[in-house]
Each structure stands twice: as structure tokens, then as C-alpha cells.
Design a protein around this ligand. Sequence first.
Ligand code: SAM
Ligand code: F3S
Length: 442
Amino acid sequence: MSARKVFVRTHGCQMNDYDSGKIIDILAASHGMTPADSPEEADVLLLNTCSVRDKAQQKVFSELGRWKALKRSKPGVVIGVGGCVASQEGSAIRERAPCVDIVFGPQTIQRLPEMLDSVARSRKPVVDIRFPEMEKFDRLPEARADGAAAFVSIMEGCGKYCTFCVVPYTRGEEVSRPLPGVLGEVAALAAQGVREVTLLGQNVNGYRWRDGADGADFATLLYHVAAVPGIDRIRYTTSHPVEFSDALIEAHAAIPQLAGHLHLPVQSGSDRILALMKRGYTAPEYKSIVRKLRKARPNLSLSSDFIVGFPGESDDDFERTMALIEEVNYDQSFSFLYSRRPGTPAAALPDDTPQAVKKRRLARLQRRVTEMAAAISGAMVGAVERVLVCGPAKKTPGQVCGRTDNNRVVNFDGGPEWTGRWAEVEITRALPNSLQGRLVSR
Ligand code: SAM
Ligand code: F3S
């Protein structure tokens, strides 16, 4: 295989970001490939796709259209499609886009070296979108740190089957990664200077690992990760309100490294809609978890996913979502219009709310959460925050940027030597998407 440069375009969630990073590492180890800065200079073009919403799925074929033109001018180029669209469509992708040589799934990224060799040998397309349980993690090269913060995947798939969601079909059933592998990856990253890890999974608090007499649930896993020398801050995403155990809530009081910010998707504040979504909890149950969490960790900042315009959502249902938002006081929302996903149970539900009404609801929800976030940012002015410096600030030369405990970006005067270090920063100004600060001490 003579290819030298690989370009990976990633759509979708942090799980896909994590997988794309691993793909680069895998192909560096197997074929000595280096990442290309643009599709034009690459020998292998990979698209890691998302199918959670229709829009994300549409993007795949427009991108492949552009890559097809590239391949025409450089015939040796290999094109691969992975992720959730690949998993869902399988070889049907090639019917719409015959330029595709490789179709791989979220759990077959480790097989890319063999797939590339096979294409090079036979010039025939390969499709492998199976869910070989945990083979993926067994075959990953040693973790490579890229900065002071890193993601570590602790599980694959999802077994919750919310009625609107394709993920259980595209990523398979929930499987937990063995604890020794997770801790090995965290320790390897810490040894390379990583100070903050984000544990990843669709449903991390469903984590369960057992091997003979050994075993761990998610709360236990957190204590183990906190004990890894060098790990000063731990985040996790996504957790689910179901299985949010008292032991996990208690961990937020007992583990100082756990960040003071939590992403806990609620989707809706209406019990009727939550039942139609098959989320497995009611709004009062969700609020009870939040109350207990804030008792364990006062000032815990919360973000959430919301779906607006689920089939049959009435004005009253939507008002219940707005009322829940007022009670919880969110710091950020990832909110979307419901997108009908063929093959999911919700796709069959009658949906007669006009799109314009749904859009108005979404805009109102987003406006309100933005106001809440601005008030929280404003209240931080004058406070001294412990910040992990991630590198030079995006816009202002001479400044560096870091992240606060509640996951806000802070920019402040400082040189590149601060990268990867902790800094005490006084917040001087709150802007809509970031904070300005002043270095107080190291
Ligand atoms: N595991 C997470 C949880 O417990 O909610 C969510 C993972 S899902 C990939 C990310 C988010 O996408 C969901 O929380 C939901 O808000 C959104 N989402 C999923 N399916 C959707 C759909 N059909 N239409 C709109 N948004 C959707
Ligand atoms: Fe999707 Fe629900 Fe799982 S939103 S990823 S089916 S928890």
C-alpha cells in the first residue's frame, strides 16, 4: 500500500471525534500514514458520519460528491465511509455513491488496515459494519495525548431505544469496555501530560464490567480514574437520568476531581412526551436527581439536550419543558427540532404541528437558556477560577485559552508556555461565548 496521507472528516458526536482520532493512530501504526490538512493532498479520504438527524445524513452525500471529483483527477485515491450512516446503509451507500471503496462501522475502525490492503490488492470494495464485541478496544494502538485534555471511551452502543433515536440500531447494543483497558488508557494519557479526561459513552452511567470476582459500575470506575496519578479533573458524557444511582450522586460529593458541570439530557419537560419517547423517567424524577446532585455538589452547572416538536407535542407540553428549564436553570442547551428517523418507532406517530410553530418554540427555548447562561457567566465576573490551559487563544495573539470547572472558555494574557498547565485566573468580563480573565497566580 503506497498511500501516505489520510484525511478524516468527522460529523456528529464526541464518540465520532474519539473514533476519528483513533483511526489516525491506527493508520499511522499500520501504514505509517500521516494526517493530511486537506482532502486534496490525501491518498485516503475517510468520512466518519452521523445519522442522528436528517441534516447530518444529507451532508454525507454532498461531501461524497466533492470527493468523487477529486478521485477522478487522482484515480489511486481510496474513499471510505464510516460511522452511523455507514452502519445504517451498509452497501447501499455504494448504490448512491459508487466512488466509495470502503464502508466501515463504528465498531470496525480497527479493521481499516486490512480493508485498505484488500482494496489495494483487488481494487474491489469492502463493507464491514459488524459489531464484533469489544474487538475494537483490544486492537487499538497505545493512546497518544494531544494536549492536556483527552477523551476516553468507556463503552459502545446504547440499549435504551428511545423511540426517536437511531443510535441503538447504528452503534449496536450497550457494551462496556473492560476496566483494566480504560484505566490503562487513562494512565498512559496522564503519563503524557493529560490532566483532564472526559469519559465517553452514549449512556455512561449504564457502565457495567465484570470479570470473575472483579467488577465495577460507573461510580466505582470514577473512583478508580480519580486515583490515577496526574488526573486532576474528570468529566463524563453522556449520562442518562435512568440508572443515575445514589452512589453516582455521592461520587460528586466524594471525588474532588469531578468537574462542577454535568450534561444530563432531559429531552422534554412533559411526562406525556417523555413516555412517548420511552425515556423511562418523569419530569419530577429528573428534577429529584438534579436536587440530590446539587445537594452533593452545590453550584453544579447543568446542560441538557432537548428535542422540540416531537410528534404530537402540544403548546401545553412545550410549556412544561419551559417550566422545567426555569426550575433547573440550565447553563447550556443542545436543542434540536425533532427529525423523523425512518425505522424508529416515533417515525410512525402522527405529527400535525406545523414546522413554523416548532421553529418558534425552539427559538424561544434557545433564547431563554442563552439568557440563563449569560446570567451565570455574569455572576462569575470577579471570581478566581482554576483553569486548565489548552493553548493559544483562537482570536487574540498573546493570549491563551483555558477551560473553567463549569466548562467555559476563558482567554487571558499569557504565552504558549502555559499550555497544559493549571492557572488561577480572575474573571474580568463575560462575553456571549467566552470569558476574559487576568492571571492571578500559577
Ligand atoms: N445518550 C444520550 C441521551 O441519553 O440522551 C443522547 C445521545 S443522542 C446521539 C444525542 C442527542 O441527539 C439526543 O440527546 C437527542 O437530543 C438528539 N436526537 C437524537 N435523535 C434525534 C431525533 N430523531 N431528532 C432530533 N434530535 C435527536
Ligand atoms: Fe439515543 Fe436514547 Fe440511547 S437518545 S443514544 S437511544 S439513550
